[in-house]
Every structure is written in C-alpha cells, then in structure tokens.
Design a protein around this ligand. Sequence first.
Ligand code: ARG
Length: 266
Amino acid sequence: MFKKGLLFIMVLVTTFVLVSCGSSNVYEYILDDSYEGFITLGTSADYAPYEWPMSVDGKQTIVGIDIEIAKEVAKALKKNLKVINKGFDFLLDDLQNGKVDFVLAGMTPNEDRAKVVDFSKVYYEAIQVILIKESNLDKFTSIESLDVATVKIGAQLGSIQQELAEEFTKSQKQFIQAVPDLVLRLNDGQIDAVILEKPVADGYLANTKGLAIANIAIGDPDGGSAVAVQKGNAELLAVVNRVIDELIESGKMDQIVNEMILKNEN
Ligand code: ARG
C-alpha cells in the first residue's frame, strides 16, 4: 500500500516537473551584475536567424538577431533581459495584456497590427520568398502555377505570410504555428510551397538538401522587421529607436546579422 502511494506521488511529481518545464518557456539573460530587475521580451523562437533555440554550454537558450537587439535595449535601460517564448500568434495579445514589455520576432509592421501596438523604425529589411522542393523549380514558375486546386500552400499562423497565402484563391492552404513544422511538411510532400522571409528560407536552404527558392516575386519588396511596444509607451519606443539608430550607424547591426546568419547556417 505504502509503495503504491509512493509510486503515485513519484508519478505525480514527475508529471508536474515535466508539465512545468514544458510550459515555462522563460529564459533569463543576466547582462550586468549591477543591473536591477528585468525587461521582458516576447518572441517566437522558430525563426532562425531572427530567433531560435540553441544549446549553449550545455544549457538550452534562445539566440538570434532579435535577442541581440533586445539585449541592447535592456542594457540601455540598465536592466537584465527576460525572454518569454511562445507561438507567434500569441505575441500581440501578450504585449497588449502587459505579459511582456516589448516584442521582437521578425515582426513586420502593418496597419492592422499598428492599431493595437506601436512599432519602432524598421531594424532589418527582408523580402518574402516561396520555398519549394528543388525538383519543382520547373513546375512552379509563377503565381498562377501555384494557384491551382491541387497545390498546397503553407504559412505560419498569424503571420503576414498567412495573408499572402490567403490571396491565392484556388490552391489549398495550411496554416501552422511553428515554421519548422511547415518545412518538415514541405520535405514530406504534404505541402508544396511555404512563404517565408528570405533570411529564414536561406537558412533552410543551407541546412537541408533538395529545397529551393521559387523564381516568383511575392509580398512587399520594402518589407522588414520592427520592434513592437504597448500602445502609447512612447518612453520605451524612444529608447528602442535610439538603440536601433546606434546599432545601424556603428555597423553593429550588420555584425549581429552576419554573425547570426553564420551561426544558423553552420
Ligand atoms: N514577418 C512575418 C510577420 O510579421 C513573420 C514573422 C514570424 N516570426 C517568428 N518569430 N516566427 O508576420
């Protein structure tokens, strides 16, 4: 009887530990011992080189262009950085509800989003591309060739790529929360085309055989990523914009971008 009880408790404890690890997707970056408190970033670490999970010195953490910029913002405020990692489709809600102070997630500013949050200047420009199988390069040569009933187009849930995919009227669509899952399905042949920011697609090209970028233009050629803060948080926005200016002018932004692209493509 006692043994059974113990076993039960052990199972319960293990379950609790597993469940809490699974949901506590929070990472702390102590930037300076003299800093007090944290500023909290919301991100979705499924988007290398912007942000992705990586084991550093045996410890699971999140790295990427956006994390480096967030660290600079935190330093400008003399605070340490806390990162909450969630599905991309949760980020704007979390920011509005004050669960996070700011969002960097390769997020493209647009009118709809600007109704609920405020955006910084664009810190990194990128175009959209369509990732396909290399063997389909001759088949998918135009928007029209993709917009047919037998073709399945994939995009991340809640992303501007979802909006771009929705413009295809005849093809089938699959909207999925995590970008790596989309690419897995592309590899499996469950999806024929995935719309992504070019730096992200380039990473998959470097790391996976048999993929290619279709010769088809899509989306805004002047698109890019910006930092989101809560509506009306002019104080934080001013700091963020100043940090972005400094990073761009000093050449540090280019350095961060190149470093993270290399890290991802290795
Ligand atoms: N730039 C696109 C957007 O703003 C996709 C961003 C996806 N970001 C991510 N961390 N998964 O909708």
